[in-house]
Write a protein that binds this ligand. Structure first.
Ligand code: PHE
Length: 466
């Protein structure tokens, strides 16, 4: 590890930082509404299976590439001697920039709700949520604050910034979730909520459900854009990659599952149907909190949105770290300059997303994708490009690269560093097998299905699976 780049000072610091990247809006905002849309427990089962079968091996591959090369995603492929494959790194940079550009806006919504609720203001229902997001000056202000906080942590480096933040925020987040779950369980109808969440109706598993569970698993684990190549590049050689990846996956999945234990009792306690889509958190939950009465409502509601902000924050940190590491490594710019410069640029890229929820009509109805009934906002469109299209493509290329280009032997050699027992184990065989066949096939299919679905309006998945 070169002195200038820095690195994680402890193994647990790395695990918490990577888990912090993984645990985010994806777990607490997106997971519950996907579960709601996908028919409840059946979706949860698919999601869990994909996390372990498909995502865990890709995570191991990403961390290994990072640790082997001790470089950012673009530099990593170059330094292994495969200049052309650094296209994966560039794709990752583009994904990171695009995701952060709108993710920061959604994080700003959450942070703004926290502040509002502290002041006794609840935006209840879809209309109030719409009015709230339309106030672009206010949201813009929160978005500036969120980006400044993110850049501040990243500017402090790995052990002094990212690791330190994760060591404080992740345990706090965990305690807040547990507290909210305990409270949620005392609400009327909590059991109805749990039933919906935990008892699978396997008839609900249709093509689109499988497909969104796959996408959700991948996004939730921060894969496919080199975030874990970057974090892996700060990991010491005596670190056990496979067991670290297992811990990161477990924490991420654990938090997503726990988020359901908190949210479904909340939602059912008001007799609301959980299939409200993206508004489930921002439009529905404030009403639930308000109904708890003045003091309790403010405490529980503020706690919930603070939790959401913390979760988002450790993810925005990792999203900013990817392009920052690229500029530092490849262009020899100081970390401070690189990270503030990149943060400003990404903020600017995010302005159309900021304006697309109510402030500007043309950005709000930015594009109508073939086969859909309504035009979608700019923010959602960036999500389609980056989350739905680029990430699976990146994951596909990483799996193919690791096994067929870098080669299995070299990959396994890297795994064996810091892990005396991995050689010849079933775990290594499984990771090898998954990266050779399962990951390229599944990720290749989801990429193709997405392109046909989103850009040509052809529903391959429904045609295949009904
Ligand atoms: N995993 C994060 C979440 O669940 C999002 C993310 C994706 C972060 C890719 C970094 C890289 O919210």
């Amino acid at each position: 590890m070169t002195a200038q780049r820095g690195g994680f000072s402890t193994r647990i610091g790395f695990i918490l930082a990577a888990a912090g990247s993984a645990v985010g809006l994806g777990n607490i905002w997106k997971f519950p509404f996907e579960v709601g849309k996908g028919g409840g427990a059946a979706f949860v089962v698919m999601y869990l299976a994909f996390c372990f079968i498909l995502c865990f091996p890709v995570m191991v591959a990403e961390i290994s590439i990072g640790r082997k090369t001790q470089l950012n995603p673009v530099g990593a492929f170059k330094s292994l001697g495969y200049k052309r494959w650094s296209i994966i790194g560039y794709l990752g940079l583009a994904s990171g920039i695009l995701i952060l550009s709108f993710y920061n806006v959604v994080a700003a919504w959450a942070f703004g709700y926290f502040i509002d609720i502290l002041n006794g203001q609840f935006s209840v229902g879809g209309e109030a949520f719409g009015a709230y997001t339309a106030d672009w000056i206010k949201i813009g202000g929160y978005a500036v604050i969120f980006m400044i906080g993110t850049a501040f942590v990243v500017s402090k480096g790995i052990s002094g910034g990212i690791e330190k933040a994760a060591k404080i925020l992740m345990p706090t987040l965990f305690i807040m979730i547990l507290g909210l779950i305990v409270y949620a369980m005392t609400l009327p109808n909590a059991m109805e909520g749990l039933k919906f969440y935990l008892v699978p109706e396997f008839s609900e598993i249709t093509g689109p459900v499988v497909y969104s569970a796959l996408g959700q698993a991948f996004f939730s684990l921060s894969l496919g854009m080199g975030a874990l190549i970057t974090y892996g590049s700060y990991v010491a050689k005596d670190n056990n990659i496979v067991s670290s990846a297992a811990s990161i996956t477990l924490v991420d999945v654990g938090v997503a599952v726990l988020a359901g234990f908190m949210i479904f009792p909340f939602v059912f306690s008001q007799g609301i149907e959980p299939n409200g889509g993206p508004g489930l958190i921002f439009a529905t939950l404030p009403g639930v909190f308000q109904s708890l009465g003045d003091v309790l409502g403010i405490v529980v509601g503020a706690l919930f949105f603070l939790l959401l902000s913390f979760a988002a924050f450790t993810s925005t940190i990792s999203l900013l770290e990817v392009p920052t590491a690229y500029v530092v490594d490849e262009h020899k710019v100081s970390r401070t300059k690189a990270c503030w410069g990149v943060a400003i640029a990404i903020f600017v890229v995010g302005i159309p997303s900021l304006l697309s929820y109510g402030a500007s009509e043309s950005l709000g109805e930015f594009i109508q994708l073939p086969g859909t009934d309504n035009p979608m906002p700019f923010l959602d469109f960036v999500g389609v490009i980056a989350n739905d299209t680029f990430l699976p493509l990146g994951g596909f290329l990483i799996a193919v690269f690791t096994i067929y280009v870098w080669r299995k032997e070299n990959f396994n050699k890297e795994l064996a560093e810091g892990d005396a027992e991995i050689k010849g184990s079933w775990l290594q065989s499984y990771v090898n097998f998954a990266l050779s066949y399962i990951c390229p096939i599944l990720l290749g299919v989801i990429f193709i299905v997405t392109v046909f679905d989103k850009f040509f309006g052809v529903k391959l998945m429904s045609m295949l699976l009904g």
